[in-house]
Design a protein around this ligand. Structure first.
Ligand code: FUB
Length: 318
């Protein structure tokens, strides 16, 4: 077992904030981390991740909790105590899959994918806190989205995963999610109830999963995983309701991982592409993944340049 793999296997439980300095990609090497969701608040970037705990002799997603890291300068990071577990949702029974946090009216809403206890299949729940670091608690007491709500579009049990959220300039919030088929629905101002129909998002060619919605310069961007092993592609639109125009591949297959799961955020004036690979030597892989961060740049026409994945990672902010 390599040094970093041994570190990642040890996986100490963090009881209080601990600080470390990152030295390139992967950013976090003492634990296996996956499905990063970036969130900027004040002068800090928060990165919420899943926690891959799969033993080295097995190959499946073993994920019971989410982890939280933050930084002010992209170099010195703080790991916060575990802010949320599947067990915090009484109606869920497993699989702390991909997630995203957003702020509204001074509250922090954390949308997560889990396995539902009594409704067959995956589901989306939401936790809420008064601070980005928690403590988070189940905001609704039940799932927002369950598998039975989307069977008219696809009848698989794992399509209701990978939530991503946006509050538009008119204050309307939207939840996007999906596997095989991408969906979206409006959220009420309380951020825990949906309003109106669930709609399919059209023209996302080869959509696998991992949608991430963001806006820049008047354009909506929907990035998402394509194929398997996954690359990340994206579409653009001038309206949240589409039509979406496919713009091609954004990121190639991420080393040694079937999944790639990206987040795109602007922090201190620069855009970042946060994703995972399976590159920790020797036990890293599709079920023991590690979060990486590289820069993201736009072209003059608002399309996005292909991501250059690096070992060196990003420079500290000034
Ligand atoms: O981590 C479990 C699943 O793998 C996520 O929900 C997908 O996006 C993929 O990364």
């Amino acid at each position: 077992m390599g040094f970093w793999a041994a570190q990642a296997q040890a996986q100490p439980v963090v009881q209080h904030d601990t600080t470390f300095v990152a030295s390139g990609n992967p950013v976090f090497t003492h634990k296996y981390t996956a499905d990063p969701a970036g969130f900027v608040h004040g002068n800090r970037l928060y990165v919420y991740t899943g926690h891959d705990e799969c033993p080295t002799n097995e190959n499946f997603y073993k994920m019971k909790e989410w982890l939280l890291f933050s930084t002010e300068d992209m170099k010195t990071w703080t790991e916060h105590p575990v802010p949320l577990r599947v067990s915090d949702f009484a109606w869920a029974r497993g699989d702390a899959w991909a997630s995203q946090v957003i702020e509204r009216n001074g509250k922090f809403y954390w949308y997560v994918a889990v396995e539902h206890k009594s409704i067959h299949g995956k589901a989306i729940g939401v936790a809420v806190a008064d601070s980005p670091t928690g403590p988070f608690k189940d905001a609704k007491g039940s799932a927002i989205i369950t598998n039975n709500l989307t069977t008219q579009y696809t009848n698989i049990s794992w399509d209701d995963i990978d939530p991503t959220v946006i509050i538009d300039d008119d204050n309307q919030a939207y939840l996007f999610w999906g596997n095989t088929q991408c969906y979206y629905v409006k959220l009420k101002e309380n951020m825990v109830d949906t309003v109106g129909p669930i709609r399919p998002v059209l023209n996302l060619p080869h959509f696998t999963e991992a949608p991430w919605i963001h806006k820049n310069n008047g354009w909506y961007y929907l990035s998402y995983a394509v194929g398997f092993p996954e690359k990340i592609a994206y579409s653009m639109s001038q309206s949240i309701d589409g039509p979406w125009a496919y713009k091609g591949i954004l990121n190639e297959v991420a080393g040694n991982s079937n999944t790639n799961h990206q987040a795109i955020v602007k922090f201190k004036g620069s855009w970042y592409f946060i994703y995972h690979n399976g590159s920790i030597n020797t036990d890293g892989g599709s079920f023991r993944r590690s979060v990486c961060i590289d820069r993201l740049y736009y072209n003059k026409d608002n399309t996005i340049k292909r991501i250059q994945m690096t070992s060196e990672g990003v420079s500290p902010t000034r």
